[in-house]
Design a protein around this ligand. Structure first.
Ligand SMILES: Cc1cc2nc3c(=O)[nH]c(=O)nc-3n(C[C@H](O)[C@H](O)[C@H](O)COP(=O)(O)OP(=O)(O)OC[C@H]3O[C@@H](n4cnc5c(N)ncnc54)[C@H](O)[C@@H]3O)c2cc1C
Length: 450
Protein backbone atom coordinates (compact mmCIF):
# COMPACT_ATOMS: atom_id res chain seq x y z
CA UNK A 1 0.00 0.00 0.00
CA UNK A 2 1.26 3.51 -0.81
CA UNK A 3 2.55 5.47 2.15
CA UNK A 4 3.28 9.13 2.69
CA UNK A 5 5.76 10.52 5.22
CA UNK A 6 4.47 13.70 6.81
CA UNK A 7 4.39 15.67 10.06
CA UNK A 8 1.33 14.80 12.17
CA UNK A 9 -0.04 15.86 15.55
CA UNK A 10 -2.99 15.19 17.81
CA UNK A 11 -5.76 17.71 18.52
CA UNK A 12 -3.56 19.76 20.90
CA UNK A 13 -1.03 20.22 18.05
CA UNK A 14 1.77 19.14 20.37
CA UNK A 15 3.95 17.24 19.65
CA UNK A 16 4.31 17.30 15.86
CA UNK A 17 6.10 14.20 14.60
CA UNK A 18 7.06 12.69 11.29
CA UNK A 19 5.07 9.50 10.62
CA UNK A 20 4.56 7.18 7.67
CA UNK A 21 0.86 7.35 6.82
CA UNK A 22 -1.20 4.57 5.21
CA UNK A 23 -4.85 5.05 4.28
CA UNK A 24 -6.56 1.73 3.50
CA UNK A 25 -9.79 1.98 1.53
CA UNK A 26 -11.39 -1.25 2.63
CA UNK A 27 -11.70 -3.39 5.67
CA UNK A 28 -9.86 -6.26 3.92
CA UNK A 29 -6.84 -3.95 3.42
CA UNK A 30 -6.45 -3.34 7.15
CA UNK A 31 -3.50 -5.71 7.46
CA UNK A 32 -0.62 -5.13 9.81
CA UNK A 33 2.19 -5.32 7.24
CA UNK A 34 4.60 -2.73 8.66
CA UNK A 35 7.20 -3.35 11.39
CA UNK A 36 5.59 -0.95 13.91
CA UNK A 37 2.17 0.61 13.55
CA UNK A 38 -0.73 2.30 15.29
CA UNK A 39 -4.31 2.98 14.16
CA UNK A 40 -5.61 6.54 13.92
CA UNK A 41 -9.27 7.52 13.65
CA UNK A 42 -10.07 11.23 13.57
CA UNK A 43 -6.94 12.33 15.49
CA UNK A 44 -9.08 13.90 18.24
CA UNK A 45 -6.92 12.52 21.03
CA UNK A 46 -4.95 15.53 22.19
CA UNK A 47 -1.36 14.29 22.46
CA UNK A 48 0.70 11.48 20.95
CA UNK A 49 -1.66 8.47 21.30
CA UNK A 50 -2.32 8.28 17.56
CA UNK A 51 1.25 9.13 16.47
CA UNK A 52 4.14 6.77 15.80
CA UNK A 53 7.31 8.76 15.20
CA UNK A 54 9.26 7.29 12.27
CA UNK A 55 6.83 4.37 12.17
CA UNK A 56 3.51 3.65 10.47
CA UNK A 57 0.16 5.26 11.25
CA UNK A 58 -2.92 3.55 9.75
CA UNK A 59 -5.75 5.98 9.03
CA UNK A 60 -9.14 4.32 9.38
CA UNK A 61 -11.16 7.28 8.05
CA UNK A 62 -12.11 5.54 4.78
CA UNK A 63 -13.00 2.26 6.45
CA UNK A 64 -16.29 3.68 7.62
CA UNK A 65 -19.27 1.64 6.51
CA UNK A 66 -22.36 1.12 8.61
CA UNK A 67 -22.89 -2.64 8.44
CA UNK A 68 -26.09 -3.22 10.40
CA UNK A 69 -28.75 -1.11 12.10
CA UNK A 70 -31.31 -3.20 13.94
CA UNK A 71 -34.04 -0.61 14.57
CA UNK A 72 -36.17 -3.06 16.55
CA UNK A 73 -33.54 -3.75 19.18
CA UNK A 74 -31.26 -0.72 18.87
CA UNK A 75 -28.10 -2.52 17.81
CA UNK A 76 -25.52 -1.06 15.45
CA UNK A 77 -22.52 -2.73 13.82
CA UNK A 78 -20.06 -0.60 11.86
CA UNK A 79 -16.49 -0.41 10.67
CA UNK A 80 -14.24 1.30 13.16
CA UNK A 81 -13.53 4.40 11.05
CA UNK A 82 -17.15 5.56 11.06
CA UNK A 83 -17.57 8.80 13.02
CA UNK A 84 -20.12 9.43 15.76
CA UNK A 85 -21.53 12.15 13.51
CA UNK A 86 -22.23 9.57 10.80
CA UNK A 87 -23.73 7.20 13.36
CA UNK A 88 -26.00 9.93 14.79
CA UNK A 89 -27.21 10.93 11.32
CA UNK A 90 -28.32 7.33 10.82
CA UNK A 91 -29.81 6.55 14.24
CA UNK A 92 -31.44 9.75 15.57
CA UNK A 93 -34.13 9.88 12.84
CA UNK A 94 -35.03 6.31 13.88
CA UNK A 95 -35.39 7.18 17.57
CA UNK A 96 -32.06 5.93 18.87
CA UNK A 97 -29.02 7.60 20.42
CA UNK A 98 -25.46 6.78 21.44
CA UNK A 99 -25.26 5.25 24.92
CA UNK A 100 -22.16 7.35 25.69
CA UNK A 101 -20.67 10.26 23.79
CA UNK A 102 -17.59 12.43 24.32
CA UNK A 103 -17.74 16.22 23.84
CA UNK A 104 -17.16 16.04 20.07
CA UNK A 105 -18.93 13.96 17.44
CA UNK A 106 -15.91 14.10 15.13
CA UNK A 107 -14.36 10.96 16.61
CA UNK A 108 -14.32 7.43 15.24
CA UNK A 109 -15.96 4.38 16.77
CA UNK A 110 -12.52 2.74 16.97
CA UNK A 111 -11.15 5.77 18.86
CA UNK A 112 -14.07 5.61 21.32
CA UNK A 113 -13.39 1.94 22.08
CA UNK A 114 -9.60 2.34 22.23
CA UNK A 115 -9.83 5.26 24.70
CA UNK A 116 -12.95 3.82 26.42
CA UNK A 117 -14.34 7.35 26.33
CA UNK A 118 -16.76 8.72 28.90
CA UNK A 119 -19.54 11.28 28.63
CA UNK A 120 -21.62 13.47 30.91
CA UNK A 121 -23.62 10.38 31.95
CA UNK A 122 -20.71 8.35 33.31
CA UNK A 123 -22.05 8.50 36.88
CA UNK A 124 -25.10 6.54 35.64
CA UNK A 125 -24.00 4.55 32.62
CA UNK A 126 -20.23 4.12 32.80
CA UNK A 127 -17.90 4.45 29.84
CA UNK A 128 -18.21 3.50 26.18
CA UNK A 129 -16.90 -0.06 26.67
CA UNK A 130 -19.90 -0.84 28.90
CA UNK A 131 -22.13 -0.64 25.84
CA UNK A 132 -19.96 -2.50 23.34
CA UNK A 133 -21.43 -5.91 22.55
CA UNK A 134 -18.44 -7.14 20.55
CA UNK A 135 -15.48 -6.07 18.44
CA UNK A 136 -13.47 -7.66 15.71
CA UNK A 137 -9.77 -7.16 16.32
CA UNK A 138 -7.05 -7.50 13.70
CA UNK A 139 -4.03 -8.91 15.48
CA UNK A 140 -0.30 -8.50 14.77
CA UNK A 141 -0.19 -11.78 12.77
CA UNK A 142 -3.01 -10.53 10.54
CA UNK A 143 -5.62 -12.91 11.96
CA UNK A 144 -8.96 -11.59 13.18
CA UNK A 145 -10.68 -12.37 16.41
CA UNK A 146 -14.23 -11.54 17.51
CA UNK A 147 -14.21 -10.72 21.20
CA UNK A 148 -16.78 -9.54 23.70
CA UNK A 149 -17.35 -9.46 27.47
CA UNK A 150 -18.25 -13.17 27.17
CA UNK A 151 -15.89 -14.38 24.44
CA UNK A 152 -12.10 -13.83 24.79
CA UNK A 153 -12.99 -11.35 27.50
CA UNK A 154 -9.34 -10.79 28.44
CA UNK A 155 -8.57 -9.55 24.89
CA UNK A 156 -11.79 -7.52 24.91
CA UNK A 157 -10.98 -5.70 28.17
CA UNK A 158 -7.33 -5.21 27.15
CA UNK A 159 -8.55 -3.56 23.92
CA UNK A 160 -11.28 -1.40 25.52
CA UNK A 161 -9.15 1.48 26.84
CA UNK A 162 -6.01 -0.17 25.40
CA UNK A 163 -5.16 2.86 23.22
CA UNK A 164 -4.80 0.83 20.01
CA UNK A 165 -1.91 -1.21 21.39
CA UNK A 166 -3.49 -4.67 21.15
CA UNK A 167 -4.31 -4.42 17.42
CA UNK A 168 -6.55 -2.67 14.90
CA UNK A 169 -10.21 -2.63 15.81
CA UNK A 170 -11.94 -3.55 12.54
CA UNK A 171 -15.63 -3.66 13.42
CA UNK A 172 -17.64 -2.64 16.46
CA UNK A 173 -21.14 -3.63 17.65
CA UNK A 174 -22.85 -1.35 20.18
CA UNK A 175 -26.17 -1.21 22.00
CA UNK A 176 -28.04 2.08 21.48
CA UNK A 177 -30.49 3.90 23.75
CA UNK A 178 -34.03 4.85 22.84
CA UNK A 179 -35.02 8.55 22.69
CA UNK A 180 -38.40 10.28 22.30
CA UNK A 181 -37.05 13.14 20.16
CA UNK A 182 -33.85 14.93 19.20
CA UNK A 183 -34.49 17.49 21.99
CA UNK A 184 -32.75 17.82 25.35
CA UNK A 185 -34.26 19.31 28.51
CA UNK A 186 -31.54 21.32 30.24
CA UNK A 187 -31.14 23.33 33.44
CA UNK A 188 -28.20 25.26 34.94
CA UNK A 189 -27.27 26.01 38.58
CA UNK A 190 -24.93 28.91 39.38
CA UNK A 191 -22.63 27.87 42.24
CA UNK A 192 -20.42 30.23 44.29
CA UNK A 193 -17.54 27.87 45.16
CA UNK A 194 -16.15 24.34 44.94
CA UNK A 195 -17.94 23.11 48.11
CA UNK A 196 -21.29 24.02 46.57
CA UNK A 197 -20.42 22.39 43.26
CA UNK A 198 -19.56 19.12 45.02
CA UNK A 199 -22.78 19.33 47.07
CA UNK A 200 -24.85 19.85 43.94
CA UNK A 201 -23.13 17.08 41.98
CA UNK A 202 -23.93 14.71 44.86
CA UNK A 203 -27.49 15.93 45.36
CA UNK A 204 -30.01 13.38 43.98
CA UNK A 205 -32.68 16.02 43.33
CA UNK A 206 -30.40 18.17 41.17
CA UNK A 207 -28.88 15.10 39.50
CA UNK A 208 -29.82 14.27 35.93
CA UNK A 209 -28.83 11.74 33.23
CA UNK A 210 -26.14 14.12 32.00
CA UNK A 211 -24.40 16.32 34.53
CA UNK A 212 -21.24 18.40 34.23
CA UNK A 213 -19.81 21.51 35.90
CA UNK A 214 -17.93 24.34 34.26
CA UNK A 215 -15.46 25.97 36.64
CA UNK A 216 -13.97 29.44 36.60
CA UNK A 217 -10.36 28.38 37.06
CA UNK A 218 -9.04 31.91 37.58
CA UNK A 219 -10.72 32.87 40.84
CA UNK A 220 -9.14 32.04 44.19
CA UNK A 221 -9.84 32.43 47.93
CA UNK A 222 -13.45 32.04 49.05
CA UNK A 223 -14.64 31.87 45.45
CA UNK A 224 -12.21 29.12 44.45
CA UNK A 225 -13.98 26.72 42.10
CA UNK A 226 -17.07 28.85 41.47
CA UNK A 227 -18.95 27.71 38.40
CA UNK A 228 -22.11 26.51 36.73
CA UNK A 229 -23.51 22.98 37.07
CA UNK A 230 -25.28 21.97 33.88
CA UNK A 231 -27.81 19.14 33.98
CA UNK A 232 -29.85 17.61 31.17
CA UNK A 233 -31.74 14.62 29.84
CA UNK A 234 -33.35 13.51 26.59
CA UNK A 235 -36.74 15.24 26.68
CA UNK A 236 -39.62 12.98 27.72
CA UNK A 237 -42.89 12.91 25.79
CA UNK A 238 -44.61 15.17 28.34
CA UNK A 239 -41.82 17.77 28.11
CA UNK A 240 -42.13 18.19 24.34
CA UNK A 241 -44.28 20.95 22.84
CA UNK A 242 -47.86 19.74 22.23
CA UNK A 243 -47.58 19.82 18.44
CA UNK A 244 -44.03 18.80 17.74
CA UNK A 245 -43.61 17.84 14.12
CA UNK A 246 -40.62 15.82 12.93
CA UNK A 247 -39.65 15.08 16.50
CA UNK A 248 -36.48 13.33 15.32
CA UNK A 249 -35.36 16.20 13.10
CA UNK A 250 -31.62 16.82 12.99
CA UNK A 251 -30.97 20.52 12.52
CA UNK A 252 -27.81 21.08 10.50
CA UNK A 253 -25.42 23.46 12.21
CA UNK A 254 -23.13 25.54 10.06
CA UNK A 255 -19.77 25.53 11.74
CA UNK A 256 -17.67 28.69 11.63
CA UNK A 257 -13.99 28.12 10.86
CA UNK A 258 -11.00 29.57 12.69
CA UNK A 259 -8.91 30.41 9.59
CA UNK A 260 -5.44 30.84 11.14
CA UNK A 261 -3.39 30.35 14.31
CA UNK A 262 -4.20 33.03 16.87
CA UNK A 263 -1.19 35.08 18.01
CA UNK A 264 0.27 33.76 21.29
CA UNK A 265 -0.88 36.77 23.37
CA UNK A 266 -4.59 36.33 22.54
CA UNK A 267 -5.33 33.93 25.37
CA UNK A 268 -3.87 35.50 28.49
CA UNK A 269 -4.97 35.90 32.12
CA UNK A 270 -6.81 39.10 31.26
CA UNK A 271 -8.82 37.77 28.29
CA UNK A 272 -9.57 34.45 30.02
CA UNK A 273 -10.68 36.25 33.21
CA UNK A 274 -13.03 38.45 31.15
CA UNK A 275 -14.42 35.45 29.28
CA UNK A 276 -14.93 33.45 32.50
CA UNK A 277 -16.76 36.31 34.25
CA UNK A 278 -19.07 36.69 31.26
CA UNK A 279 -19.69 32.93 31.01
CA UNK A 280 -20.35 32.60 34.75
CA UNK A 281 -22.99 35.28 34.67
CA UNK A 282 -24.53 34.36 31.28
CA UNK A 283 -24.81 30.59 31.73
CA UNK A 284 -25.65 30.99 35.43
CA UNK A 285 -28.86 32.82 34.42
CA UNK A 286 -30.35 29.74 32.73
CA UNK A 287 -32.02 28.51 35.90
CA UNK A 288 -35.36 27.58 34.29
CA UNK A 289 -35.42 24.33 32.33
CA UNK A 290 -35.17 24.85 28.56
CA UNK A 291 -35.32 22.68 25.42
CA UNK A 292 -32.44 22.53 22.96
CA UNK A 293 -31.26 20.29 20.12
CA UNK A 294 -28.94 17.46 21.07
CA UNK A 295 -26.16 18.73 18.77
CA UNK A 296 -25.30 22.09 20.43
CA UNK A 297 -25.97 20.47 23.83
CA UNK A 298 -23.47 17.62 23.48
CA UNK A 299 -21.05 19.19 21.02
CA UNK A 300 -20.82 22.95 21.66
CA UNK A 301 -17.24 23.18 20.35
CA UNK A 302 -18.10 21.43 17.08
CA UNK A 303 -19.76 24.71 16.04
CA UNK A 304 -16.24 26.12 15.58
CA UNK A 305 -14.05 24.26 13.07
CA UNK A 306 -10.32 24.13 13.92
CA UNK A 307 -10.87 25.76 17.31
CA UNK A 308 -7.52 24.31 18.39
CA UNK A 309 -5.91 27.12 16.33
CA UNK A 310 -7.06 29.57 19.00
CA UNK A 311 -4.19 28.34 21.16
CA UNK A 312 -1.57 29.54 18.68
CA UNK A 313 1.19 27.80 16.80
CA UNK A 314 2.79 26.17 19.82
CA UNK A 315 -0.39 24.23 20.58
CA UNK A 316 -1.88 23.36 23.95
CA UNK A 317 -2.15 20.55 26.48
CA UNK A 318 -5.28 19.18 27.95
CA UNK A 319 -4.67 17.92 31.48
CA UNK A 320 -7.41 15.54 32.57
CA UNK A 321 -7.17 13.62 35.81
CA UNK A 322 -9.53 11.62 37.99
CA UNK A 323 -9.34 11.48 41.80
CA UNK A 324 -11.19 8.74 43.72
CA UNK A 325 -14.25 9.64 45.76
CA UNK A 326 -12.67 9.60 49.23
CA UNK A 327 -9.96 12.14 48.42
CA UNK A 328 -11.59 13.92 45.51
CA UNK A 329 -12.53 17.20 47.16
CA UNK A 330 -9.10 17.75 48.72
CA UNK A 331 -7.33 16.65 45.53
CA UNK A 332 -9.33 18.84 43.15
CA UNK A 333 -9.01 21.80 45.52
CA UNK A 334 -5.21 21.36 45.69
CA UNK A 335 -5.02 21.22 41.88
CA UNK A 336 -7.09 24.40 41.46
CA UNK A 337 -5.02 26.19 44.12
CA UNK A 338 -1.76 25.17 42.43
CA UNK A 339 -3.13 26.38 39.13
CA UNK A 340 -4.39 29.74 40.37
CA UNK A 341 -1.00 30.35 42.04
CA UNK A 342 0.82 29.64 38.79
CA UNK A 343 1.19 31.95 35.80
CA UNK A 344 -0.51 29.45 33.50
CA UNK A 345 -4.22 30.21 33.16
CA UNK A 346 -6.50 27.44 31.93
CA UNK A 347 -8.96 28.54 29.27
CA UNK A 348 -11.42 25.79 30.10
CA UNK A 349 -11.99 23.81 33.30
CA UNK A 350 -14.62 21.11 33.49
CA UNK A 351 -15.50 18.91 36.48
CA UNK A 352 -17.52 15.69 36.26
CA UNK A 353 -18.61 13.06 38.72
CA UNK A 354 -17.71 9.56 37.55
CA UNK A 355 -19.52 6.34 38.43
CA UNK A 356 -18.34 2.74 38.52
CA UNK A 357 -14.82 1.94 37.37
CA UNK A 358 -14.51 0.48 33.87
CA UNK A 359 -13.44 -3.13 33.40
CA UNK A 360 -10.92 -2.01 30.78
CA UNK A 361 -7.46 -2.86 32.15
CA UNK A 362 -5.98 0.47 31.03
CA UNK A 363 -9.21 2.47 31.10
CA UNK A 364 -9.08 5.90 32.68
CA UNK A 365 -12.32 6.09 34.62
CA UNK A 366 -12.74 5.26 38.30
CA UNK A 367 -15.43 6.24 40.80
CA UNK A 368 -14.65 9.82 41.77
CA UNK A 369 -14.28 13.20 40.13
CA UNK A 370 -12.53 14.15 36.92
CA UNK A 371 -11.15 17.60 36.15
CA UNK A 372 -10.12 18.65 32.62
CA UNK A 373 -8.03 21.77 31.96
CA UNK A 374 -6.98 23.32 28.62
CA UNK A 375 -3.57 24.95 28.92
CA UNK A 376 -1.83 26.84 26.11
CA UNK A 377 1.89 26.07 25.71
CA UNK A 378 3.26 29.58 26.03
CA UNK A 379 6.61 28.49 27.42
CA UNK A 380 8.36 25.48 28.93
CA UNK A 381 7.16 26.43 32.46
CA UNK A 382 3.95 24.51 31.83
CA UNK A 383 5.77 21.15 32.03
CA UNK A 384 7.08 21.40 35.64
CA UNK A 385 3.65 22.75 36.66
CA UNK A 386 1.93 19.67 35.23
CA UNK A 387 4.53 17.40 36.90
CA UNK A 388 3.47 19.01 40.20
CA UNK A 389 -0.18 18.29 39.37
CA UNK A 390 0.78 14.64 38.67
CA UNK A 391 2.23 14.45 42.19
CA UNK A 392 -1.01 15.78 43.69
CA UNK A 393 -3.04 13.31 41.61
CA UNK A 394 -0.86 10.37 42.73
CA UNK A 395 -0.90 11.45 46.40
CA UNK A 396 -4.69 11.29 46.20
CA UNK A 397 -4.78 7.92 44.43
CA UNK A 398 -5.84 9.20 41.00
CA UNK A 399 -4.64 9.03 37.43
CA UNK A 400 -4.20 11.07 34.23
CA UNK A 401 -6.17 10.30 31.03
CA UNK A 402 -3.94 8.80 28.31
CA UNK A 403 -6.18 10.03 25.45
CA UNK A 404 -5.33 13.60 26.47
CA UNK A 405 -1.73 13.11 27.49
CA UNK A 406 1.48 14.29 25.80
CA UNK A 407 3.94 14.59 28.69
CA UNK A 408 3.42 12.11 31.55
CA UNK A 409 6.48 10.16 32.77
CA UNK A 410 6.74 6.33 32.62
CA UNK A 411 7.11 6.19 36.44
CA UNK A 412 3.91 8.16 36.99
CA UNK A 413 2.05 6.05 34.41
CA UNK A 414 3.04 2.83 36.19
CA UNK A 415 1.89 4.19 39.56
CA UNK A 416 -1.40 5.43 38.13
CA UNK A 417 -2.37 2.29 36.19
CA UNK A 418 -2.14 -0.66 38.63
CA UNK A 419 -3.60 -3.22 36.17
CA UNK A 420 -0.72 -2.71 33.74
CA UNK A 421 0.90 -6.15 34.35
CA UNK A 422 -2.43 -7.89 33.72
CA UNK A 423 -2.78 -5.90 30.47
CA UNK A 424 0.81 -6.68 29.47
CA UNK A 425 0.16 -10.44 29.75
CA UNK A 426 -2.60 -10.15 27.14
CA UNK A 427 -0.56 -7.80 24.95
CA UNK A 428 2.43 -10.18 24.98
CA UNK A 429 0.20 -13.08 24.00
CA UNK A 430 -1.39 -11.41 20.98
CA UNK A 431 1.45 -9.07 19.93
CA UNK A 432 4.63 -10.84 21.11
CA UNK A 433 6.94 -8.61 19.05
CA UNK A 434 5.29 -5.43 20.34
CA UNK A 435 4.52 -4.24 16.81
CA UNK A 436 1.54 -2.10 17.83
CA UNK A 437 3.33 0.94 19.18
CA UNK A 438 2.57 4.62 19.42
CA UNK A 439 4.64 7.61 20.46
CA UNK A 440 2.62 7.56 23.69
CA UNK A 441 3.45 3.90 24.34
CA UNK A 442 7.14 4.46 23.65
CA UNK A 443 7.28 7.54 25.88
CA UNK A 444 5.53 5.76 28.75
CA UNK A 445 7.20 2.39 28.14
CA UNK A 446 3.86 0.68 27.65
CA UNK A 447 4.21 -2.74 26.04
CA UNK A 448 7.82 -3.23 27.05
CA UNK A 449 8.57 -6.10 29.38
CA UNK A 450 10.65 -5.12 32.43
C1 LIG B 1 -13.43 18.67 21.74
C2 LIG B 1 -13.11 17.33 22.33
C3 LIG B 1 -13.89 16.87 23.36
C4 LIG B 1 -13.61 15.60 23.91
N1 LIG B 1 -14.40 15.17 24.93
C5 LIG B 1 -14.16 13.98 25.49
C6 LIG B 1 -14.99 13.48 26.53
O1 LIG B 1 -15.96 14.13 26.94
N2 LIG B 1 -14.72 12.25 27.05
C7 LIG B 1 -13.67 11.50 26.58
O2 LIG B 1 -13.48 10.38 27.09
N3 LIG B 1 -12.86 11.94 25.60
C8 LIG B 1 -13.08 13.16 25.05
N4 LIG B 1 -12.28 13.60 24.02
C9 LIG B 1 -11.19 12.73 23.56
C10 LIG B 1 -11.64 11.82 22.40
O3 LIG B 1 -12.95 11.35 22.61
C11 LIG B 1 -10.73 10.60 22.36
O4 LIG B 1 -9.41 11.00 22.25
C12 LIG B 1 -11.03 9.64 21.19
O5 LIG B 1 -10.19 8.51 21.32
C13 LIG B 1 -10.76 10.29 19.86
O6 LIG B 1 -11.19 9.43 18.80
P1 LIG B 1 -10.43 9.47 17.40
O7 LIG B 1 -11.19 8.68 16.43
O8 LIG B 1 -10.13 10.87 17.03
O9 LIG B 1 -9.12 8.69 17.80
P2 LIG B 1 -7.58 9.06 17.56
O10 LIG B 1 -7.25 10.33 18.25
O11 LIG B 1 -7.28 8.98 16.12
O12 LIG B 1 -6.93 7.86 18.35
C14 LIG B 1 -7.07 7.76 19.76
C15 LIG B 1 -6.61 6.38 20.21
O13 LIG B 1 -7.48 5.40 19.66
C16 LIG B 1 -6.73 4.46 18.91
N5 LIG B 1 -7.55 4.03 17.78
C17 LIG B 1 -8.27 4.80 16.93
N6 LIG B 1 -8.89 4.02 16.02
C18 LIG B 1 -8.54 2.75 16.30
C19 LIG B 1 -8.84 1.49 15.70
N7 LIG B 1 -9.63 1.38 14.64
N8 LIG B 1 -8.28 0.39 16.24
C20 LIG B 1 -7.49 0.47 17.32
N9 LIG B 1 -7.17 1.63 17.92
C21 LIG B 1 -7.69 2.76 17.42
C22 LIG B 1 -5.47 5.19 18.49
O14 LIG B 1 -4.42 4.28 18.24
C23 LIG B 1 -5.20 6.06 19.71
O15 LIG B 1 -4.52 5.33 20.69
C24 LIG B 1 -12.53 14.83 23.43
C25 LIG B 1 -11.73 15.31 22.39
C26 LIG B 1 -12.02 16.56 21.84
C27 LIG B 1 -11.14 17.08 20.71
Amino acid sequence: MATLIKPVSGWGRYPVQSCEIERPERYADLKPSSPTLIARGQGRSYGDAALNENGHVILTERVNRLLLLDVENGILRAESGVTLDEVLNAIVPKGWFLPVTPGTKHVSLGGCVAADVHGKNHHHDGSFGNHVLSIELIKADGSRIECSPENHSDIFWATVGGMGLTGIIGEVTIKLIHIHSSQMMVRHYKTPNLEQIFKLLENPTADDSYTVAWIDSLVSGRELGRGVVMCGHHANDDELPFRIENRYNIKKRHAISIPFNFPAFTLNSFSIRKFNAFYYSHEGKKTSPYLTDYDPYFYPLDGLNNWNRMYGKQGFLQYQCVIPDKTSFEGIKAILETLTNSRHPSFLAVLKRLGAESKGMLSFTMTGYTLALDLPIRDQGIFPLLNRLDQIVMQHGGRVYLAKDARLSPESFHTMYPRYEEWLNVKTLIDPENRFRSSLSQRLKIGETA
